[in-house]
Design a protein around this ligand. Structure first.
Ligand code: WT7
Length: 652
């Protein structure tokens, strides 16, 4: 990350939304955390206060040590502890709630499937036995390429049970992306499916997985294929491919002893976009990650076993890992798993599911909330949403307006809305209000959680004054933090850490400001990463795909106000930038990277604005895409193109 990015361009943009809203009294009374001293006691007793998180888990060997920080920035949480993540999500709940629902699944075709904790335990055991039969052993990385079907969390937990780290690849990513991630993770096993439904159509996921296998350097030992579509697609299996259903049936009723893992052992890898075009493999350790996730599920999202909880994020990304699978199941609650889209069969689908399941805690992204707003308040109004007692949001900044809409029309006007900031790398929530303690400020994330030393600092690591723009950094380790990168120690250190006078600090890559009360406002990435509809992509990754389209010479992509992508493109002199080219570019990005990354707008321009040293002024292009004011452009090599680009964008 190049720290030279935060230039104060957003500072002062917040429109005087200083009103703090106290936690509702009714909520406070039963909140997991109601004592404001929690901040002081964590500060006074750091890192030992984090033992409270470890105590939410069941250990095969209870950790004597909370944190080993002898060799920064390689920190080890609960290093002498031993545990199994799947046992923590399943086995330990059996005594008290074997017949309580763990997962309520709603499929795209209106199908429903429910799993009690006992059901889930049984299927995970059978799947774990099946994976062992195929040769998967402790430490073997298993790549999972599945849509939002119950077999996805089952596969993750089966891996965790036998100590095999999983590497889940979002089902919407392309064959190329899958191949890269199989190779980079050094994975010899793949779990995928025949296909899944996109609206009415069956989409062939298996052929995409086959393509990935051809592209990947690795030779896979075995592939397991879930039959999601029944007879809707003909997908014959090769000799090294195994039908998931038959595999599980063959091991039905077997018990696989959960493998006790060191707390520092790898639980999973998750690839995410970094500051270079190649994705990086974020590694999460078993103990610290699960402890932090469990603590925040309980104390930030306030989830209890008797809730019905719904995290709407896809399990293929970190939010779904932490708060769709591990957090809720470690907490012993009932969780909703939804395969479909929010507007199918109608725009009230989400509200219909909340009503029917009496969902009490709902967690989604500002992108989704913006769509709900656009569709209109009549959709939530047509449903009884009185079961809701807490709302969460994550993934990007939420505007005060969207925040209020969410609270008013979904939260009945009085539910706490918790804006949670975190990242793939932090593993779990790091900044947020505590819903029973901390006043909320719409549009501001809030203070760091107790025990998290997040600060807004300048280039030298010194805290900035309230209202000034700086970089969000974390100045001490935290339990859910990544334990490293798949790409090695050097890359890990270089990507994230700076050694300052008072120790090491983690760079989040986000610009931020802080107010007099210590509330942080996130201003967006300061590196080459853009958040697209709450998914994270590297600009170079997208641009390299666009310039590979015949006729394109240069491209610059930026994010817009709606979480979408705008691509500025220049073409070869003899090429007509017509609608066909536009479609070709959009299709290429959707096909090679992911459908979610498909550009919302493609702006053809004769030149891209560049500095005298030839650097594309992406920031300026972003301001234009967002319709914002921008500063003096006279220092550019080609200032004259700016007006031209601006009028093109306005025209469209
Ligand atoms: C980036 C991390 C784990 C969250 C899902 C995305 C942005 C995240 C917020 C928030 C403003 C946010 C940041 C961060 N972000 N939460 N509440 N307010 N921005 O995880 O793909 O690793 O992306 O998402 O820019 O760095 P991710």
């Amino acid at each position: 990350m190049d720290d030279a990015g935060a230039d104060g361009r957003h500072a002062g943009g917040a429109s005087g939304d200083e009103e703090a809203i106290d936690p509702p009294e009714a909520f406070r009374e039963s909140a997991a955390v109601a004592d404001p001293d929690v901040y002081d006691s964590f500060a006074a007793d750091w890192p030992d206060a984090w033992r409270a998180a470890a105590d939410l888990l069941e250990w095969d060997r209870y950790p004597e040590t909370v944190l080993d920080d002898d060799d920064p920035p390689f920190y080890e949480w609960f290093p002498d502890g031993r545990l199994n993540a799947a046992a923590n999500c399943l086995d330990r709940h059996l005594a008290d709630r074997r017949n309580q629902l763990a997962i309520r699944w709603f499929g795209k075709r209106g199908e429903r499937r429910s799993y009690t904790y006992a059901d889930l335990h049984r299927e995970v055991n059978a799947a774990a036995a099946g994976l062992r039969e195929l040769g998967v052993g402790e430490g073997d990385v298993v790549t999972i390429y599945l849509p939002m079907i119950p077999e996805l969390p089952v596969a993750m937990l089966a891996c965790a049970r036998i100590g095999a780290p999983h590497n889940v690849v979002f089902a919407g990513l392309s064959a190329e992306a899958l191949a890269t991630r199989i190779d980079a993770a050094d994975s010899a096993y793949l779990i995928t499916c025949d296909g899944y439904y996109r609206r009415e159509d069956a989409f062939n996921q298996k052929s995409r997985a086959d393509n990935a296998r051809i592209r990947a350097d690795a030779d896979l030992e075995a592939t397991v294929v879930v039959d999601r579509l029944g007879d809707a697609l003909e997908t014959p299996l090769a000799a090294d491919e195994h039908d998931y259903g038959s595999l599980v049936d063959a091991h039905e009723g077997e018990t696989v002893e959960p493998v006790a893992r060191d707390a520092t052992d790898l639980l999973f890898v998750m690839y995410t976009s970094g500051t270079t075009g190649r994705p990086k493999g974020v590694e999460h350790a078993t103990g610290g990650y699960l402890a932090h996730v469990a603590w925040t599920t309980r104390n930030v999202l306030d989830v209890r076993p008797d809730d019905t909880y719904w995290c709407a994020a896809d399990i293929g990304w970190i939010t779904g890992h932490s708060y769709g699978v591990y957090g809720p199941l470690a907490t012993g609650t009932t969780t909703v798993l939804y395969e479909g889209s929010p507007d199918y069969p109608d725009r009230d689908r989400v509200w219909d599911l909340i009503e029917r399941n009496a969902v009490s805690v709902f967690y989604t992204s500002p992108t989704a909330i913006r769509s709900f707003m656009k569709w209109g308040a009549e959709y939530p109004a047509a449903h009884d949403l009185s079961s809701i007692r807490l709302l969460g949001t994550v993934g990007e900044s939420i505007t005060p307006k969207a925040w209020r809409w969410y609270r008013e029309h979904v939260g009945g006007g009085d539910a706490p809305v918790v804006d949670t900031w975190w990242q793939t790398e932090t593993g779990a929530i790091a900044l947020a209000t505590l819903p029973g303690v901390t006043p909320m400020k719409p549009g501001k994330v809030g203070p760091p959680l107790p025990g998290i030393d997040a600060r807004v600092v300048d280039r030298d690591g010194d805290p900035v004054e309230p209202g000034e723009t700086g970089y969000l950094a974390i100045a001490s380790p935290w339990p859910g933090m990544l334990r490293g990168l798949r790409e090695g120690e050097e890359r890990y250190r270089r990507e994230y850490w700076v050694e300052g006078e008072d120790g090491w600090r983690y760079r989040t890559g986000d610009g931020a400001s802080v107010d007099e009360d210590g509330y942080v406002t996130i201003l967006g990435r300061v590196d080459d990463v853009i958040n697209v509809r709450a998914h994270r992509f590297n600009t170079a990754e997208l641009e390299s795909v666009i310039v590979a389209v015949d006729g394109v010479t240069e491209a610059a992509v930026v994010g817009d106000d709606d979480g979408g992508v705008v691509a500025y493109v220049t073409t070869r002199g003899d090429v007509d930038p017509d609608p066909d080219l536009r479609e070709a570019i959009a299709a290429e990005v959707a096909g090679v990277v992911a459908e979610v990354a498909r550009p919302d707008r493609i702006v053809f321009t004769p030149e891209l604005p560049k500095t005298r040293s030839g650097k594309i002024m992406r920031r300026l292009l972003e301001d234009i895409a967002r319709g914002e004011e921008f500063g003096d452009v006279s220092a550019l090599r080609n200032p004259e193109v700016v007006g031209e680009i601006e009028s093109t964008v306005r025209r469209e």
